[in-house]
Write a protein that binds this ligand. Structure first.
Ligand SMILES: C[S@@+](CC[C@H](N)C(=O)[O-])C[C@H]1O[C@@H](n2cnc3c(N)ncnc32)[C@H](O)[C@@H]1O
Length: 249
């Protein structure tokens, strides 16, 4: 596969073309199925929530929970096939909650750590009796030495220097585009600096506005990505081009 490229396609299409163990690291933040709702104790059908589900047009962000789970199971299985180490960032919302806990069970053999990303302040919950969500999770899957807590191959940090709660503030959505779920560059840099080496290949199957690629390039890693939306590919390419002159972001 061509490196330093973001493929404009469904990540499963890219993954099917990738050889076993062909990348060193995966960093990603998949869609959280934000628009799935519960009404009267039941998940809503797509029709009922359609009117509030207009943010993304290229993919369905209100999949029935079992479909969402099936998709993520398939993607995670492929990611474990192509990479030894995977950082899978996900937030517990209604549309992802059951799937996250199932994934933790199903892939427990490879689950090494759960890092808590503390965003510093919480977005107020949408109704009473619901906790404000201030954190997201980073599920870390390791195929090389999963039984141990040690990152034997790629961990470059010294004893006692890295905690499992990371306080990192959100970054504003960029390019004037309404992409509400961008990675802070600091988060990607923290993973790359502590869990990869110069020259490593980093894959992001849900590249969005290109943060993984921009930071990988700055830190002299190679990147590979998939993104289904042309709009976000254009933003990524623009950011990557600007970053050639100077890292001003
Ligand atoms: C949470 S965002 C990722 C944001 C990214 N980390 C950033 O910093 O901009 C998820 C992205 O996945 C893309 N997407 C959704 N389904 C996809 C699929 N099946 N394959 C590839 N990309 C997909 C969406 O268009 C969206 O940009």
């Amino acid at each position: 596969m061509k490196l330093n490229k973001i493929y404009h396609e469904d990540c499963l299409s890219t993954l099917k073309k990738m050889k076993d163990d062909s990348v060193d690291l995966v960093i990603t933040s998949p869609p959280y199925n934000m628009n799935l709702r519960i009404r009267n104790g039941e998940y809503c059908s797509r029709q009922i929530v359609k009117e509030i589900s207009t943010k993304y047009t290229e993919f369905d962000d209100n999949l029935p929970i079992d479909e969402y789970n099936k998709l993520h199971t398939e993607i995670l299985r492929e990611l474990i096939r192509v990479s030894e180490l995977i950082f899978y960032n996900i937030q517990i919302v209604t549309g992802s909650k059951r799937s996250i806990f199932k994934m933790i069970g199903e892939f427990s053999e490879y689950l090494k750590d759960i890092i808590v990303w503390d965003k510093g302040n919480a977005q107020p919950s949408i109704q009473k009796q619901v906790l404000n969500r201030r954190t997201e999770l980073i599920l870390v899957f390791d195929k090389d030495y999963p039984i141990s807590r040690q990152y034997r191959k790629r961990g470059s940090f010294e004893r006692g220097t890295l905690d499992d709660i990371w306080e990192i503030k959100r970054e504003r959505s960029r390019g004037g585009e309404n992409h509400g779920a961008v990675f802070p560059k600091e988060l990607v840099a923290k993973i790359l600096e502590n869990f990869s080496e110069e020259g490593d290949v980093v894959y992001d199957p849900f590249m969005g506005t290109g943060t993984t690629a921009v930071v990988a390039k700055r830190l002299k890693r190679k990147y590979l990505g998939s993104e289904i939306s042309k709009k976000y590919i254009d933003i990524s390419e623009d950011r990557l081009k600007k970053s050639e002159d100077l890292f001003t972001e």
